[in-house]
Design a protein around this ligand. Sequence first.
Ligand code: NDP
Length: 249
Amino acid sequence: QAVTYQCPDNAFKDRIILVTGAGDGIGRAVSLGLARHGATVILLGRTQSKLEAVYDEIKAAGGPEPALAPVNMTVARPSDYLELASLFEKEFGRLDGVLHNASLLGDITPMNGYSADTWDSVMQVNVNAAFYLTQALLPLLRNSDDARILFTSSSVGRRGRAYWGAYSVSKAATENLAQVLAEELENTSKIRVNTVNPGATRTAMRANAYPGEDPMTLKTPEELLPVYLYLLGPDSSNVNGISLDAQPK
Ligand code: NDP
């Protein structure tokens, strides 16, 4: 049902949604899709020029003015996220959704040779930064009547896979983080917390992981939009603590 979800045109009118990794791949497509459905999108990502390109595309399509948040999540500290949150508090007063989408792939290599520095970076971006950001934004999400936190997993987060190292471990942690938070917030807030596994998708990350694969055989990020719009929008107000496949087998 989520996979074929038809999002009403103005489902995100007056909703303020933050997307991490908004400059490329799935995050870019979801940001554009959210804006098309009326959302004010906060574009958070590492490469400012990519965020600006998404900003320009949203404006050119007549969408609500987005906000830019250039952040390198590999190095940002909890205090940086608190500072950002206080800027959003002044600008918007609340937040209606967060999509944790930015991730590092790291190396595809046996664990005995896995670089400890790469391990740290992958865990930092994929897990620790998602926690810092969520914690900093919770007060703003609580100010919303109907908010969503959506985490991004992967099939290797459901069951570990040889050679996928820190990425695989980070995605299992992400699933668990979402479950912990979903249960904590279920009865004490209007915030709904879920996880999405996009499945094989035509992006730079996928091409890095599978260099021999023909990208044209893969779904595009745009094709996954229904699931993302469903889990980030008003129609999932009764959905909490689940992990959905955007491309079910
Ligand atoms: P991409 O690599 O295409 O995009 C990832 C985005 O995250 C980029 O915009 C990147 O910024 C940003 N990012 C990475 N590191 C940082 C950082 N340190 N600080 C800030 N931003 C950062 O990946 P996808 O679109 O493919 O992946 C999106 C999500 O989907 C990820 O969580 C991924 O694990 C998950 N996923 C993807 C699958 C696929 O087949 N594509 C399959 C399963 C899960 P920049 O562009 O500046 O580098």
